[in-house]
Design a binder for this molecule. Structure first.
Ligand code: UD1
Length: 420
């Protein structure tokens, strides 16, 4: 099993390119099931989760080709069994996003209940409630969701009880081919929802309001093909910026979108960083500046993203002062605390949703273990700060979400090696 060996203590310096967003690519790939015409997805990141989604599409009978420019060409003309098996859905929750498109286009689907990161119970009740409201007959049998709508889905007003990114995406895709108008209320407003909305509009969907809390979709008979460029990965960009801040460095991330990172950039400024932005780049300068601890409370977009919580925990661990971190989106999302503390941090967890971080003068390298995707990136940041060498085990979690992380970090001067 691969490990990352990181010798810390160097301020990061230089520039690196941000990849396409994983959390955009996955729903967009699921959305290609809505049409029998060819679709090309550009700027998809080369990541394990993306490969899993491509494998899932392949198992459904979809033709998928990755061309020489790494564009993904998908054609879901004729499908086989409309089944998303447990083996593929358990490793990645986003696989569940094939449910809406399959039921909408084919009138039936059998999709395993999801797995994914071990962060809380993460139900899918809102996805199912919405599809039922649109006329699907849903049963859960032996861990599988069986959804049937032989006469097609019908547009409805659907109110989601919790703000859910995946729920919003599944229902907006399903509604594209439903009869009549669907209004989705209390929608997630994440940039990845907007990217999916733009993709669906490219295929001819009549969809409006995405990026706000109410999305209105007028169903159409069919969607056509098209080409879509995936947005930059805001969590990847944010992670490298936090790493630069924690190490007292100066980096520029390019092919990034600063408008999707407002809450994160504001917190980095509060922490003492100088931030400069252009249309598609962000520069962070922390040289000769004092790092200060910042309080964080996660919230749905445009609030502070839960996917950046762990990274700020690592930043606060070596900042001046103390800070509280409140996690409001997921339970059990503090698994990184124990591991960061192994490097000498002073972090206390209070209950399921609050942690207090007391900044320490320095960290020391030690063997640690990655527990989930974003938790792993906080260990990378802590290791980049720590004196000595840290070996991070189970980095398959990191490979789910960070494209060639060791190469990118090497480009900005980090001493990182992948070892088996
Ligand atoms: C997506 C992101 C993930 C991010 C999360 C929150 C992808 C592939 N993953 O995950 O990186 O951390 O958004 O920004 O885009 N919930 C319910 N019922 C539902 C659905 C969700 O109660 O039917 C709850 C969840 O348990 C959780 C909260 O809603 O507490 C948010 O989950 P959701 O927004 O759905 O996250 P994902 O779409 O799975």
């Amino acid at each position: 099993m691969d490990k990352l060996s990181i010798t810390g203590g160097n301020p990061l310096s230089g520039r690196l390119r941000v990849s396409g967003a994983k959390n955009s690519t996955l729903p967009i790939l699921a959305g290609t099931l809505l049409t029998d015409q060819p679709v090309t997805i550009c700027n998809a990141p080369h990541l394990h989760d993306v490969t899993t989604m491509i494998e899932l599409l392949g198992s459904l009978g979809v033709e998928v080709v990755v061309d020489e420019k790494l564009n993904v060409e998908v054609c879901a003309r004729s499908l086989g069994e409309l089944l998303a098996p447990y083996e593929l859905v358990k490793t990645m929750r986003a696989s569940f996003l094939v449910l809406g498109p399959l039921v909408a286009r084919f009138g039936q689907a059998k999709v395993s209940l999801p797995g994914g990161c071990a962060i809380g119970s993460r139900p899918v009740d809102q996805h199912l409630k919405g599809l039922e409201a649109m006329g699907a007959d849903i049963e859960v049998v032996d861990g599988y969701v069986l959804a049937k709508a032989p006469a097609g889905l019908t547009g409805r007003d659907v109110y989601m009880d919790v703000v859910t990114v995946g729920g919003t995406q599944n229902l907006m895709m399903a509604a594209c081919l439903a009869r009549g108008t669907t209004r989705l209320y209390n929608c997630a407003q994440e940039p990845e929802v907007v990217d999916l909305g733009n993709f669906l509009a490219t295929l001819g969907a009549k969809i409006q309001g995405y990026g706000s809390s109410v999305i209105e979709i007028q169903g159409v008979e069919s969607l056509h093909g098209g080409t879509h460029m995936v947005m930059p990965d805001r969590v990847e960009a944010g992670t490298y910026l936090v790493a630069a801040a924690a190490t007292g460095g100066c980096i520029r991330v390019v092919d990034a979108d600063p408008t999707t990172l407002t809450a994160v950039l504001e917190k980095l400024q509060q922490a003492g960083a100088r931030i400069t932005t252009g249309d598609d780049w962000i520069e962070l300068d922390m040289r000769d500046r004092q790092l200060r601890a910042v309080d964080i409370e996660t919230a749905p977009y445009p609030g502070f993203p839960t996917d950046m919580q762990a990274q700020f925990m690592a930043l606060n661990a070596v900042a001046e002062g103390a800070a509280t971190i409140r996690e409001t989106i997921f339970e059990n999302r503090f698994m990184h605390v124990q591991e960061i503390n192994r490097l000498g941090a002073n972090i206390e967890v209070h209950g399921q949703s609050m942690a207090v971080v007391h900044g320490v003068d320095g960290l020391t390298g030690a063997p640690v273990m990655a527990t989930d995707l974003r938790a792993s990136s906080s260990l990378v940041i802590a290791a980049l700060v720590a004196h000595g060498t840290t070996v991070i085990d189970r980095i398959y979690h990191i490979d789910r979400g960070y494209e060639t992380i060791e190469e990118k970090l090497q480009q900005v001067g980090a001493q990182v090696q992948r070892v088996s």
